[in-house]
Design a protein around this ligand. Structure first.
Ligand code: GLP
Length: 261
């Protein structure tokens, strides 16, 4: 795992967008794993701007989102399908037929999980998986005790996640208590993972996930086992990391980052 610290949220977003754009330029038909949440809104706005100003091309990209709420139809304002259409898909030249999210309305949600993992396998797996972290330590909706080898399946949401996400609903009490999420095992199979983490409210959990022990109590800690995972943070989110100085040195000196400085 690598940690890259940028001073501001904007700089963290710009770097993450630049890594994603480089992936698309190198392999225009990349399979991208996408995430939702407040953190990603700024990233998608940046990618839309890069599409408009620099011609960043999504025409051959294939996408798989991490998760969807159980019981919300695609047209529901708080579904993740709606979020993705609104923040990214409707604003770039992606072929919407190449965009995938789990179907939260599936009659058999467990079968839907297997179908989703099958679709990912059919396209040869995910090249680059974008992630953020929830305050419960989740990636996707892999709440505490999610098995390290878990596959896409239904997961009950913790009170902390409900507290974090319910304010995004017009009627907070309507937030579903279940979601279909890629499993930790599914996520770990991506060729590369990029986790974007911003804001002081994430400082505690990201320090535990990155520098603490690997534990299913904090699903994001499983990324320590991934062969190519980069965590990009702003200074506020990095506040509680013990090795900040080392991480900053890496970004300034590792030739891998030459093109991004
Ligand atoms: C949701 C998503 C997660 C995401 C989290 C972060 O819970 N299921 O994949 O990491 O939001 O949310 P935010 O960026 O709003 O803090």
């Amino acid at each position: 795992m690598q940690v890259i610290i940028r001073d501001t949220k904007e700089a963290a977003i710009h770097l993450t967008a630049a890594v994603l754009a480089a992936q698309l330029r190198t392999k225009p038909n990349s399979v991208l794993g996408l995430a939702t949440g407040r953190t990603m809104e700024g990233l998608y706005a940046r990618l839309v701007a890069m599409h408009q100003d620099e011609g960043l091309d999504f025409s051959l990209a294939v996408t798989f989102n991490l998760d969807e709420y159980v019981g919300l139809p695609a047209a529901h304002k708080n579904s993740y399908r709606y979020y993705m259409n609104h923040h990214l898909f409707n604003k770039v030249n992606i072929d919407v037929r190449n965009t995938h999210l789990p179907n939260g309305m599936a009659a058999d949600p467990e079968a839907e999980g297997a179908r989703y993992d099958g679709l990912i396998a059919d396209v040869g797996g995910i090249d680059l998986q974008l992630l953020s972290i929830g305050e419960s330590g989740h990636i996707g909706f892999n709440e505490p005790l999610s098995a390290m080898f878990s596959r896409t399946r239904v997961k009950a949401l913790t009170p902390k996640t409900v507290e974090q996400n319910a304010p995004l609903f017009d009627a907070p009490e309507e937030m579903p208590r279940f979601a279909i999420t890629m499993g930790v095992g599914t996520i770990l199979e991506a060729t590369r993972c990029i986790m974007l983490v911003t804001g002081a409210n994430k400082a505690d959990i990201i320090a535990r996930a990155v520098e603490g022990p690997v534990t299913s109590m904090i699903s994001a800690s499983a990324l320590q086992l991934h062969r190519s995972c980069t965590v990009i943070t702003d200074a506020a989110a990095a506040e509680k990391l013990e090795q900040q100085e080392y991480y900053r040195w890496i970004f300034d000196h590792d030739p891998q980052w030459d093109a991004f400085r």
